[in-house]
Design a protein around this ligand. Sequence first.
Ligand code: PLP
Length: 458
Amino acid sequence: MTFMANLPPTAELQQKDAAHHLHPFTDTADLNAKGARVISRAEGVYLWDTEGNKMLDGMAGLWCVNVGYGRHEIIDAATRQMQQLPYYNTFFQTSHPPVIALAEKLAQLAPDHINHVFFAGSGSEANDTVVRMVRHYWASQGKPDKKVIISRKNGYHGSTMAGASLGGMSFMHAQGGLPIPDITHIDQPHWYKEGGDMSPEEFGLARARALEEEIDRLGEDKVAAFIAEPIQGAGGVVIPPETYWPEIQRICDEREILLIADEVICGFGRTGQWFGSQTYNIKPDLMPIAKGLSSGYLPIGGVLVSDRVAEGFIADGGEFAHGYTYSGHPVACAAALTNLEILEQENIVSDVASRAAPYLAEKWGQLGDHPLIGQARSKGLVGAIELTPDKAARAPFAVEAGTAGLICREHCFATGLVMRHVGDTMIISPPLVISNEEIDELVEKAGRCLDLTLADLK
Ligand code: PLP
């Protein structure tokens, strides 16, 4: 099987897919009944399925195709690298030009106190690296008991054992006896769902101070780090109140624990700065990255490491007994480097801040007037709308959570728009290169889907 022209009929693809392919995060009964949506082509911000349906990709794949689809510069760079050196590893004192160039570029783009990177193949692997690195760091400082990482309920940090444990998704923990030991979770700063009568500012402070209470409960000598996404993505685009992050930074500084900002979604322009932690003015010790690093063209992730942590183990010499066959894969590095050059040369990150994000905020915000919407929020180019039967009360539906979201999502596909639902929250994270006209199209289609969903729910 090669390209579009040679594809078998969709029904045959769906039947083979259902027979042999185990999908991530997919309801198997639903998949078998309906068949997979088979995506076969993409360009710019648009996708096409094998039936020829065109869809605006409001999710940039899975929050990753920051520069949009069809960028020939990335494809050409990967092709050239495949011809030159398709693979070599970075273990045992070896290196190669693309990994060196990418490491240097990341050190240049990262905040001043960050000058090192450890490469992985994905965001999940990056977070597994984080757990091992944090423990290794504290051991190297003579504090091997500082092992516990505090994370947040409803956060997402990947699907490996450590990633899913760091994450606070209870339905993931329920499968396989997670979390692993020495990971605990505090409440999230989700004002819309959990803020009650507090103002967002009061609530932000209260939720940040939960970190301090958790450190007191565990004992400061046991706590290694706090990890969180600057904006919680998979949990439903939880944009923290402005009071939240400064208080978290204060607590981490005062209580001698590392601050880890999971930049897997927020990194590489999503919030209108290179990193979400810059948008919130925080100074992380570690930043796991993936997704937008290569705009998803090839799998690559990593951990950006502050001077404090890097010097912690470089100073002693010795060996960090950790690494992946594909740590710093040359072809992925070449693709990522070219992706970063596109982001830089086309001023895409500053364009998000000055054009796309304010335009999206204005248009997307108008969905808040829809009778089905309790809140429309966005920051940079991530956004959410909360479906509700009662706007004033911010109430959930009486039917099973997620039913309204699922209905809405199906209308989106039929209308030519990809939006994701997290329960009854509809979320977007479009490519950063989305034009104002395409934002108009996205919001107009979303509004139409809300009308259809409202009619279905009556
Ligand atoms: N961290 C965050 C914040 C994510 O959103 C994700 C994936 O969505 C991950 C980590 C895991 O990345 P991956 O799916 O590349 O393993």
